[in-house]
Design a protein around this ligand. Structure first.
Ligand code: HEC
Ligand code: HEC
Ligand code: HEC
Ligand code: HEC
Length: 226
């Protein structure tokens, strides 16, 4: 009995030695690597993350020819909104009793030409807000019920830049507008604000937010001692 126990113990020890040796031998042959899985844990400032949301399409946008016959412009863009920044109304028929989501995203997630509306579908900056019709509603009437003194506001002027070839400032807020390429690239973008360089991707590297016209900013004078 005692001898059996010693043999058993010896076998266990042998197995343990083999396992440990093999393990340490194999790990000594491992190649150097970068722990890629940790990269996804890098903290990205949420308001800056959106800039890269559609960057996988940037090169495609850069190479797309301009379809001059079907371009939108800022005039019609503003007209479809009750006020600046309001959710645009839906200018086409939609299936009733349908909250949106997948049915709207078929056209509005990536855009593209829609024959029956004779236009390119604008890309939504917020595909994650799937309940589209919570905010977007079709227009039921073109005329007012009662006259009011309401006037529609438009956006700030475009082309506000320090020098002729400087990057123009971003004249609007970034909140809810993090996803630059959705509005500024591709055939669905209003022609005045369709960028010539969607491929530069990191828009906020060069374009800064400012709500002042260049003319309102005084001449820079270096502070000197009196
Ligand atoms: C068959 C494709 C298609 C589907 C499905 C579709 N749309 Fe559209 N949508 C378009 C096109 C094309 C335009 C541009 C129309 C124009 O410029 O005349 C447009 C325009 C819009 C606009 C105006 C955008 C702007 O900037 O003025 C809104 C809002 C909109 N759609 C919301 C929706 C919602 C919400 C749904 C789902 C209930 C939906 N759409 C389903 C193709 C589609
Ligand atoms: C919480 C409210 C809300 C929801 C939900 C919502 N939107 Fe919007 N949407 C807005 C607002 C507000 C704007 C105007 C954004 C601006 O001008 O900065 C807008 C703008 C748009 C535009 C025009 C982008 C442009 O060029 O200005 C499209 C297209 C659009 N939404 C489609 C959709 C679709 C499709 C869905 C559903 C998947 C959806 N939206 C869900 C509020 C919403
Ligand atoms: C919801 C659509 C939308 C989104 C998203 C959006 N913009 Fe804009 N952008 C506009 C509109 C519309 C204008 C025209 C001025 C206005 O209405 O405020 C504009 C104007 C600009 C201009 C001025 C262009 C010129 O010629 O002067 C710059 C630069 C700009 N945006 C950069 C950006 C950057 C960078 C982002 C991403 C952080 C962004 N935009 C996101 C709609 C958008
Ligand atoms: C490397 C710097 C740089 C980056 C990055 C950059 N831009 Fe620009 N952008 C410029 C300059 C410079 C101009 C002025 C060009 C001119 O007037 O010839 C400009 C002009 C614009 C205009 C006015 C129309 C036009 O194209 O001339 C818009 C809109 C615009 N940029 C949007 C964007 C968007 C959206 C992004 C991100 C995809 C972006 N930019 C990334 C430097 C940059």
């Amino acid at each position: 009995m005692k001898r059996l126990f010693i043999i058993f113990l010896w076998i266990i020890l042998m197995i343990a030695t083999i396992v440990i040796w093999t393990y340490s031998y194999q790990s000594s042959h491992e190649e150097a690597y970068v722990p890629v899985s940790n990269l996804s844990e890098t903290y990205i400032i949420p308001s800056e993350e959106g800039v890269f949301k559609r960057s996988e399409y940037a090169l495609e946008y850069a190479e797309m020819p301009i379809d001059k016959k079907h371009q939108r412009n800022l005039n019609t863009y503003y007209k479809n909104r009750a006020f600046y920044g309001a959710p645009p109304s839906i200018p086409h028929a939609v299936a009733e009793r349908n909250m949106g989501g997948n049915s709207c995203l078929k056209c509005h997630e990536n855009g593209g030409y829609v024959d029956k509306y004779n236009a390119y579908a604008p890309v939504t900056p917020h595909p994650e807000k799937v309940n589209c019709r919570q905010c977007h509603v079709p227009q039921k009437t073109q005329s007012l019920f009662v006259a009011t003194n309401w006037t529609r506001t438009t956006g700030a002027a475009v082309g506000n830049k320090a020098l002729l070839t400087s990057p123009p400032i971003i004249p609007h807020q970034i909140q809810f507008r993090e996803n630059c390429l959705s509005c500024h690239a591709g055939p669905g973008a209003p022609k005045e604000i369709r960028t010539t360089h969607p491929n530069r991707v990191n828009c906020r590297q060069c374009h800064v937010i400012n709500d002042k016209n260049v003319s309102e900013i005084g001449v820079f004078k270096r502070a000197t001692k009196e």
